[in-house]
Design a protein around this ligand. Structure first.
Ligand SMILES: [Mg+2]
Length: 202
């Protein structure tokens, strides 16, 4: 199997992620419910979040900010990202299961490439894939507890579960472009969506 496939499948089909998914689905499905759901990033009212007392924003990368495996900001999001940075100056960061994760980006080159292409927004380096791990690296970067921060991402069982477990306000977006994902990843997404509908209905 090529390195690309290993990495691509690994980012979506990691064993700890599957285990976490099953645990959450069986016992803690409330953790996968976001506080807010929006079609995409542009629907978020950054000023209102700031007025409510939130002090910073943590963004997922793939399918939230960029197309999967891309280091370029999704073009239609640029205006909203500028607004977000204006409302939360110096208090916006990326927390991804690809760029900045030691497992897939050991030398930080992907994190640096992303930082350069999104106007210097910091990519937090970390060791455990969402939803595993704590918010320690994030709280250290922002200098405040996770309860003062907003977590924005496109996946119930990674971004939302991680955010809810650690006390963030969680905002779920629809994936930007599922069509660019490999076939197997699309099937997993569809399966998770079906299971999510089942889990939330019981
Ligand atoms: Mg994502």
């Amino acid at each position: 199997m090529s390195q690309w496939w290993k990495k691509t499948l690994g980012q979506s089909l990691n064993s700890s992620g599957v285990s976490s998914f099953l645990n959450v689905a069986a016992r803690e499905h409330h953790l996968a419910l976001p506080h807010l759901s929006v079609p995409d990033f542009r629907w978020i009212d950054w000023s209102e979040l700031e007025r409510l007392g939130f002090r910073g924003v943590v963004l997922d990368k793939d399918n939230t900010l960029t197309a999967p495996y891309s280091f370029s900001l999704f073009p239609s999001l640029s205006g909203s990202l500028v607004q977000c940075q204006a409302v939360f100056p110096g208090k916006v960061a990326v927390f991804s299961n690809s760029a900045g994760l030691y497992q897939y980006d050991p030398d930080g080159s992907e994190a640096r490439a992303l930082e350069e292409s999104i106007g210097g927004i910091h990519v937090i380096r970390h060791g455990l894939k969402k939803p595993a791990g704590s918010a320690e690296e994030i709280e250290k970067y922002f200098g405040c507890p996770a309860s003062n921060l907003v977590m924005v991402g496109d996946r119930h069982f990674t971004d939302v579960v991680f955010g809810n477990r650690n006390g963030f306000l969680t905002i779920l977006t629809e994936p930007l472009c599922l069509s660019m994902e490999p076939f197997v990843v699309k099937q997993v997404f569809i399966l998770k969506k079906i299971l999510s509908m089942y889990v939330f209905s019981i």
